[in-house]
Structure formats: C-alpha cells, structure tokens
Design a binder for this molecule. Structure first.
Ligand SMILES: Nc1ncnc2c1ncn2[C@@H]1O[C@H](COP(=O)(O)OP(=O)(O)O)[C@@H](O)[C@H]1O
Ligand SMILES: [Mg+2]
Length: 274
C-alpha cells in the first residue's frame, strides 16, 4: 500500500490554502449525468436521476433536500462508495466510477474522508487512537513523529485537546462526532464528505460540529460536501444544491460568509417555491 498520500503534503511547507473566494478553476469533483437505480423485487427505485454537478477546490457545498430525495445515494456515488447505474464521477480528474473495486477503495482511502450520522468510533480505542486509525489501517504508526503531529493538529482543530485519553463512552455525543471529524481529516483528504453529521445531535451540539467543519474549510482549504435536510446546516456552505426526487432542483449561491444565518437561504428557497 502506498503511503504517499497520508504523509504528504506537509502543511508546514505547503503553500497557504487558496483564498476561499478564488478557488482554482478545475473542479476537484465532477458528476456527469449520474443515475442510480435500486432493483427491488417487483420494483425499480430511481434514487438518482441524471445529476451533473461540479465542486471546486476549497469549496464548501451542501446537498439539501427532504428525506428520501436521494441525497445519501448521491453522496455514496460521489465518494466512490457505490457505483452509478449510468454516468460518471471524476475525482481530481480521475473517473472513479470506472475503477476496479480495489482501485476505488485505495483512491477513497487516500483522497477522501467521510463523516456519517452515526459516529462509527472504535469503543475500545481512546481519542488519539481513533483519530490515528486511518494511519494504523495503512500500516503506519501514528504515535510518533510527523503523524503524531497530524493527529494532534486534527484533535486541536476540533477543540478536543485535553481529552486525548478519553474513550468514546467517556465523551458526549458532540465530542464523539468531533472525534469522527478529526479522524476524517487527519489524512488531509482532497474531499471531505459528511452525511447528516448533526442528525443525532441536539441543536447546540450540531452547531459545534458545523463550526468544526467550517474551520477545516477556512483554516486548511478543505473541500467539503455536506448532505443535510436542515437549512441551518446548509447555511454553512458556499453553495447549496437543492435535491428533490433524485434530481438537482436548484443551486443557491450563498458565497463565503462568516455569519451562517439560515435566513437568506430560507428566503431563497421560499422564493423558488422549494
Ligand atoms: N439500498 C437501497 N435499496 C433500495 N432502495 C434504496 C436503497 N437506498 C436508498 N433507497 C431508496 O432510494 C431513495 C433515495 O434514498 P436516499 O438516497 O437514502 O435518500 P436521502 O438520503 O435523501 O434520505 C429512497 O426512495 C430510498 O428508499
Ligand atoms: Mg440520507
């Protein structure tokens, strides 16, 4: 297994992330005419019906829509966790939808991070060990040297410094999800995917998670694709794709904002009748 991606580039030598308002022009992620059908006994479910979209490096985008509208299916296609029935997904120009399972798994490990509604932490491991897990799985030792520094940085970014030795059952739900965010960004993935990361949390705790995602975006130039049914969460994004019935119904550009009030997004949704 290659170790290139998890240990490079080094943030201390890498150029500062591009100014958020001026991302490079080539999309980091692109979907072309994506379709996904689930074949059930006696029925075909059209979960995604011809979606095309592009995400630029450093962008924070949200896929927002009601339950059952196809958001999670779309995220799984975009992240290479599932294959489309038709259409293509390009990650950094590479057609991931056409890779073999092994190649896709490798690309996913090296270039993407995922945060889900359920935190999926390993109960017997403490915070440091859970955050270092992507390195451990890659056969590296995250306890020393540069990787230990990366683990420390990720823990600091999600504001969990001081809780390094706590196990998941010794943390609040919000803290556990922040561990999951740290674990997803510790390899410095090109793309961070989050599927309803605040879905199991109360409002205030959910805000902490969104703020942590937002910091990765601003401090590190992290590209983020967030799936949510909640306008308050989507309001953190630079751009919101409104998903309905397996399609992109509309695209709402919010721009980079320090203030994440949902008012302008809700007003625009109302204007569009969505
Ligand atoms: N594994 C599956 N098998 C069959 N149908 C599925 C599967 N996953 C999702 N679906 C169906 O596809 C549609 C979109 O689901 P999903 O992508 O989970 O939507 P969302 O995340 O917006 O709630 C729904 O009708 C759902 O029932
Ligand atoms: Mg879903």
């Amino acid at each position: 297994m290659t170790i290139d991606s998890p240990i490079a580039p080094d943030s201390s030598t890498a150029p500062a992330p591009a100014a958020p308002s001026a991302p490079a022009d080539a999309p980091i992620l692109e979907a072309r005419a994506l379709t996904k059908q689930y074949r059930m006994p006696g029925e075909i479910v059209d979960a995604v019906r011809g979606v095309s979209l592009a995400v630029l490096p450093g962008e924070f985008v949200a896929l927002m829509g009601p339950s059952g509208s196809g958001k999670s299916t779309l995220l799984q296609l975009l992240g290479g966790l599932d294959r489309p029935t038709a259409g293509d997904v390009f990650l950094e120009g590479e057609a991931i939808s056409r890779l073999s399972d092994d190649q896709a798994t490798r690309l996913r490990r090296e270039r993407t991070g995922f945060v889900f509604q359920s935190f999926n932490l390993v109960p017997l491991l403490n915070v440091v060990e859970n955050v270092g897990l992507p390195f451990t799985i890659a056969g590296l030792d995250p306890r020393h040297g540069e990787l230990a520094g990366r683990v420390r940085d990720a823990i600091e970014l999600v504001d969990l410094t001081g809780k390094e030795r706590h196990r998941p059952d010794q943390l609040s739900a919000g803290e556990q999800q922040r561990v999951a965010v740290a674990r997803a960004i510790v390899t410095r993935p090109a793309l961070l995917f989050a599927d309803e990361p605040t879905g199991n949390l109360d409002f205030t705790t959910g805000i902490d998670i969104l703020e942590a995602l937002w910091r990765t975006c601003v401090d590190r130039g992290q590209t983020i694709v967030l799936v949510t049914h909640d306008a308050k969460a989507a309001a953190y994004a630079d751009r919101v794709f409104v998903v309905g019935d397996g399609r992109i119904r509309d695209e709402i550009v919010l721009g980079r904002r320090e203030d994440h009030a949902a008012g302008p997004l809700i007003a625009r949704l109302a204007q569009l009748g969505l």
